[in-house]
Design a protein around this ligand. Structure first.
Ligand SMILES: Cc1cc2nc3c(=O)[nH]c(=O)nc-3n(C[C@H](O)[C@H](O)[C@H](O)COP(=O)(O)OP(=O)(O)OC[C@H]3O[C@@H](n4cnc5c(N)ncnc54)[C@H](O)[C@@H]3O)c2cc1C
Length: 554
């Protein structure tokens, strides 16, 4: 297969030749750099590439061109290659227009002319965009292949596990992808053994469970030491940040996650408000970077390893694990976050994982191609998912209880939704019940005003309604609020009698410390958390500083 393409478009022959030359000088080993002198020529090239089965990694287009503006060329390019990175080339005087276009047409970046020296002003941007494209792009590769039925909850669980551990795989759906029949027959796999995983060396794993897959893929599941300075439970943004800081400060640091790194943020298709990523970053990419950083600095990461309990003996914290094992640490940071609440409608539990998903739009987006889908919830995560899924689905129905989104969703997302012709806001509605043979097919929506019930055909339903903390593994001596979120710092004494019964130190709890000395909580698990990637990262980093102080005290 030929190298992926970077296509540059400019009607000024000198600029075109210059950018093509610079890009070739750096990327010709891995990419073909093609040039087009007009928007029409560029779109012809895009169509030709598609018909040949070639891959477009990036299009860089000048904005001011006769006949067709750069933003329109880039917009049309997205219809053919949705994953290709799209960059606008612009003069200093047009930067405001470029930033507007980034928001309106979902461009990935802009580059300012002239871009000299390219080592500082061109290559870092292009490097970054190509790196994120490579993460999302799934080439025709001969690595892991997972074969199963689209609407099987077990297939969904394995897909979710592989994706959250950043393991590249190819999903092959029985009855839809060619050659699956031949592949299964050659390996002697019966349809009722699905899903199965074909490893690169030809081994076939049947009767899949996550532990077995993790072991086979060589993921580390046992700790290297008997005692750690800090064990961080949960590898979402808070846990990952704590691991980076703990390791960088020379502490013996272990990070555990029951699933895979990334947490809720890992399921986000595009985080637009995290500092330092002006055009947004996918949760997968942010996680990949954080994991590499934490490991490079010396943190140990074990996934999937779930913690089921915590006891304290002589000041040492003993963590019990789901496989029966035990780990010991001087301090613990609880960063186990939260999940979405279950939707209380008839039929939901039966079809969960078979067309009904809590979060997880990225792993299932392909299955929604040209289908109708329903997203339930009025918050930012529901809005973000609706925007993302609108690229795949023919129709996205966003079901909300309120009359509008103003009170629950950020303005930029409301604006983006307003511009998408295939997104329909179904306000003052709830899901009454769902139905389907083996997978979701129909959703019955009830109007909160008239009580009328309407049928909505749907391939998938994504739920984002309220949250539940993962605090069950903590002992009862860790005080929580009425919803189960963990109290820390000054909040611990809101019920003074209970606090006095549990807290026996002569000092006050430190800011992120729970009512068990040396056990800290960070991120969404904490009562009063801000529920943002940046605040979780901030708290995770801050927790390490407090761990340090605690270790000096003991
Ligand atoms: C779809 C979506 C989009 C979002 N978009 C944005 C955005 O654009 N901007 C923004 O700022 N925020 C966004 N958020 C919110 C943000 O992702 C969260 O605030 C953030 O992830 C919280 O981080 P955390 O580390 O505290 O917890 P989480 O991300 O919840 O991570 C907790 C981790 O703990 C693990 N865990 C749980 N229990 C155990 C156990 N017993 N043992 C071991 N491991 C355990 C879980 O597997 C998980 O990996 C979004 C959330 C979602 C769901």
């Amino acid at each position: 297969m030929s190298d992926p393409v970077i296509l540059v478009v400019d009607d000024d022959p000198q600029v075109l030749a210059a950018i093509r030359r610079d890009l070739r000088s750096r990327y010709r080993e891995d990419y073909r750099v093609l040039a087009a002198d007009s928007g029409e020529a560029a779109l012809d090239t895009v169509r030709e590439l598609k018909s040949r089965g070639d891959t477009l990694a990036m299009m860089i287009s000048d904005q001011r061109m006769p006949v067709m503006l750069g933003v329109d060329v880039l917009r049309k390019c997205r219809e053919v290659y949705p994953l290709a990175r799209r960059v606008m080339l612009t003069a200093y005087s047009d930067i405001d227009a470029a930033i507007r276009a980034i928001n309106e047409a979902h461009l990935d970046h802009y580059l300012e002319k002239p871009w000299d020296p390219p080592e500082e002003r061109l290559f870092p941007v292009v490097d970054d965009l190509l790196a994120s494209w490579r993460v999302e792009h799934r080439p025709e590769f001969v690595g892991l292949r997972l074969i199963g039925h689209q609407w099987s909850p077990r297939s969904h669980g394995i897909k979710d596990f592989l994706a959250s551990n950043l393991i590249p795989y190819r999903w092959l759906e029985v009855g839809r992808d060619q050659n699956t029949g031949a592949l299964l027959e050659a390996a002697g796999v019966d349809e009722n053994e699905l899903p199965v995983l074909f490893l690169e060396d030809g081994t076939v794993l049947r009767d899949l469970d996550i532990q077995q897959v993790a072991k086979k893929l060589g993921l580390t599941l046992t700790a290297a030491h008997n005692l750690y300075d800090v064990i961080i439970v949960g590898a979402g943004p808070a846990g990952l940040a704590a691991a980076v800081y703990g390791a960088s400060e020379g502490m013996r640091t272990l990070l555990l996650d029951g699933h895979g790194p990334g947490g809720q943020a890992g399921t986000s298709s595009r985080i637009e408000n995290y500092l330092g990523f002006p055009t947004g970053v996918s949760g997968g990419e942010l996680t990949r970077r954080a994991v590499v950083q934490a490991r490079r600095l010396g943190a140990e990461i074990l996934c999937p390893v779930a913690v089921t309990g915590l006891t304290v003996k002589g000041g040492y914290k003993h963590l019990t694990l789901s496989d029966g094992g035990e780990l010991v640490a001087r301090t613990v940071i609880a960063a186990t976050g939260m999940t979405y609440r279950e939707l209380p409608a008839e039929g939901i539990a039966e079809l969960s994982g078979a067309g009904i998903y809590y979060g997880a739009p990225m792993t299932e987006a392909n299955a929604c191609r040209n289908g109708r889908i329903v997203v339930v919830g009025g918050g930012n995560s529901a809005g973000q998912s609706a925007v993302y899924l609108s690229r795949y689905a023919s129709e996205v129905n966003l079901v909300i209880r309120r009359a509008g989104l103003d009170e629950t969703m950020s303005r930029y997302l409301i604006d983006q939704l307003g511009e998408l012709s295939n997104v329909r806001i179904r306000s003052r509605m709830i899901v009454e019940r769902v139905e389907g043979e083996g997978r979701l097919e129909r959703v019955w929506l009830k109007s909160l005003d008239s009580g009328d019930i309407v049928l909505q055909e749907a391939h998938a339903l994504f739920i984002f309604i309220g949250t539940r903390p993962h605090s069950h593994w903590l002992p009862t001596t860790v005080l929580r609020d009425s919803r189960g979120f963990v109290l820390t710092g000054r909040d611990t004494s809101s019920d003074s009698a209970q606090f006095a019964r549990i807290w026996k130190e002569t000092r006050e709890p430190m800011p992120l410390e729970t009512t068990v000395p040396g056990v800290f909580a960070a991120g969404d698990l904490r009562a009063g958390a801000m529920n943002r990637v940046a605040s979780a990262v901030g708290e995770g980093s801050m927790a390490i500083r407090l761990v340090h102080e605690y270790l000096m005290l003991t």
